[in-house]
Write a protein that binds this ligand. Structure first.
Ligand code: ZN
Ligand code: MN
Length: 479
């Protein structure tokens, strides 16, 4: 039997997190608002009104285009995409077509399994307005116009993804990038990041493209992965049975985990695109563009690569520490304050700091334990002033009180006791209190050593140098 490979392209719609809509001053985010409360004559398309372009939409769109290595057009145009649907009161969507804000682009996608990188091209990157929402409720069809005019970037990849996992990875990296840039909440469940997947198959090694189907209505990354797997499987069975693949639009049924045929696809010509006569061309002069791009941070994948090359971190650490921008900044500040091996800071971050923020569901920026305090705690452990378990306890105490680590060590007398005679005295005390255990040890039960050291540590509230406590205990018991 022929073996096939999948050819997958993703079309995403990204909701920009501006305060107001793209062409009017209505509130953009209506997630918590009742239907039809954030609307006006502009976004509901009443006659005689004119759209005015929101500058913040352009600025966020330019940041995304730059981050996707897209060529930014100094002059772009808005167009009308004409179609009839009840949730589109104007009868057309204002979008961009042949002269869009971004031209081309790519993302070099790291593949965790193979360790390689996949070059994913971008074929479309443009600004547009959202349409309303149609829902079926109480046996009636209801329309909510709140979403009309909400700013979107539509971004489409080339047919460059080969597996359902790669498609999922692309979405994970895109979501990371959008949050990193602060231009979208990128919450798929809330529709801030929507994804349609184009899927076809071909014999392994072929370079031509076969007829594709389009999967719509997938609203989580897991659902995208699952829907694509099912569709690859269906197409493989059809082709093996000698049937043709038809250009269907399929809808993902989340509850039942199945794909349903929605309709045969319309072609682009059906939309009768033409220039939007109510808007001027979008001119992005060098000054404005420069001002926007001065706010472009180092990108997550670049920072990830730098953490590996500059700090010598393993890929695993670099991945986790750059998952979120603020986390990566916290780590870098701690490395700088520490001045030693960055891997040591990484270990403390991954074991102690991440557990603390994950348990409490907060961000690192909300911690009272600043990066400088973390560095100080590690240095106290390095210098032998406190032992590791006291260091870990300090992480909690500094965060609870906001006090400097050295101050807590001083006030609570937490400094490690490396004084031979002090530890020796406690060892003798333990032996005097436990004649049975001493007898058992002397009778050959040497596994009790751990218990003896534990008793010493307990009496000294964890402050004894454990290696020293063990050697003294051993010496006394073997006398
Ligand atoms: Zn409005
Ligand atoms: Mn669109």
């Amino acid at each position: 039997m022929t073996s096939y490979e999948a050819v997958i392209g993703l079309e995403t719609h990204i909701q920009l997190n501006t305060t107001t809509k793209i062409f009017c001053s209505c509130k953009a985010d209506s997630w918590f608002d009742p239907p039809n409360t954030n609307i006006c004559p502009v976004c509901t398309g009443l006659p005689g009104v004119l759209p005015v372009l929101n500058r913040a939409v352009v600025e966020k769109g330019v940041l995304l285009a730059a981050a996707m290595h897209s060529e930014i057009r100094p002059v772009s145009f808005f167009d009308r995409k004409n179609y009839f649907y009840p949730d589109l009161p104007k009868g057309y969507q204002i979008s961009q077509y042949d002269m869009s804000l971004g031209k081309g682009g790519y993302m070099d996608l790291p593949m965790p399994q193979s360790g390689g990188v996949r070059h994913i091209t971008i074929t479309k990157l443009h600004l547009e307005e959202d349409a309303g929402k149609t829902k079926n409720e109480h046996g009636r069809r209801m329309i909510d116009f709140n979403r009309c005019g909400v700013p979107l970037v539509e971004m489409v990849t080339g047919p460059d993804l080969r597996t359902a996992d790669e498609a999922a990875q692309y979405l994970i990296r895109l979501r990371q990038l959008l949050r990193w840039l602060g231009i979208s909440e990128a919450d798929m469940e809330k529709g801030h990041l929507r994804c349609d997947a184009n899927v076809s198959i071909r014999p392994v090694g072929a370079t031509y493209l076969n007829t594709k189907t389009e999967i719509k209505n997938v609203n989580s990354i897991d659902a995208v992965r699952e829907a694509i797997l099912k569709e690859i499987d269906r197409q493989t069975r059809e082709v093996d049975a000698g049937n043709r693949i038809e250009a269907w639009t399929l809808e993902w049924d989340e509850d039942r985990g199945v794909l349903k045929k929605m309709r045969s696809k319309e072609t682009e010509a059906d939309y009768r695109y033409f220039r939007e006569p109510d808007l001027l061309p979008l001119r992005l002069d060098d000054a404005w563009k420069g001002q926007i791009l001065s706010g472009l941070p180092e990108l997550p994948l670049e920072r990830r690569a730098r953490f590996m090359s500059e700090f010598g971190l393993p890929e695993y650490d670099a991945d986790i520490l750059t998952a979120e921008r603020r986390l990566s900044e916290y780590f870098e500040a701690a490395v700088k304050a520490y001045g030693g091996d960055p891997k040591r800071v990484s270990n403390w971050m991954m074991n102690d700091i991440l557990r603390m923020v994950n348990d409490r569901g907060i961000s690192v920026t909300e911690l009272k334990l600043t990066p400088v305090y973390l560095a100080e705690i590690i240095k106290l452990v390095d210098s032998g002033t406190v032992n590791t378990s006291t260091g870990k306890a300090l992480v909690q105490k500094v965060d609870e009180t906001g006090k400097a680590p050295a101050e807590i060590v001083q006030a609570e007398g937490l400094a490690k006791v490396s004084d031979d005679s002090a530890i020796r005295a406690v060892c003798q005390e333990v032996m005097a209190e436990s004649p049975k255990e001493v007898a058992a040890f002397k009778g050959g039960k040497e596994t009790l050593m751990g218990w003896f050291v534990g008793q010493v540590m307990k009496k000294m509230r964890g402050k004894a140098d454990p290696a020293l406590a063990r050697s003294i205990m051993e010496e006394l018991l073997k006398q």
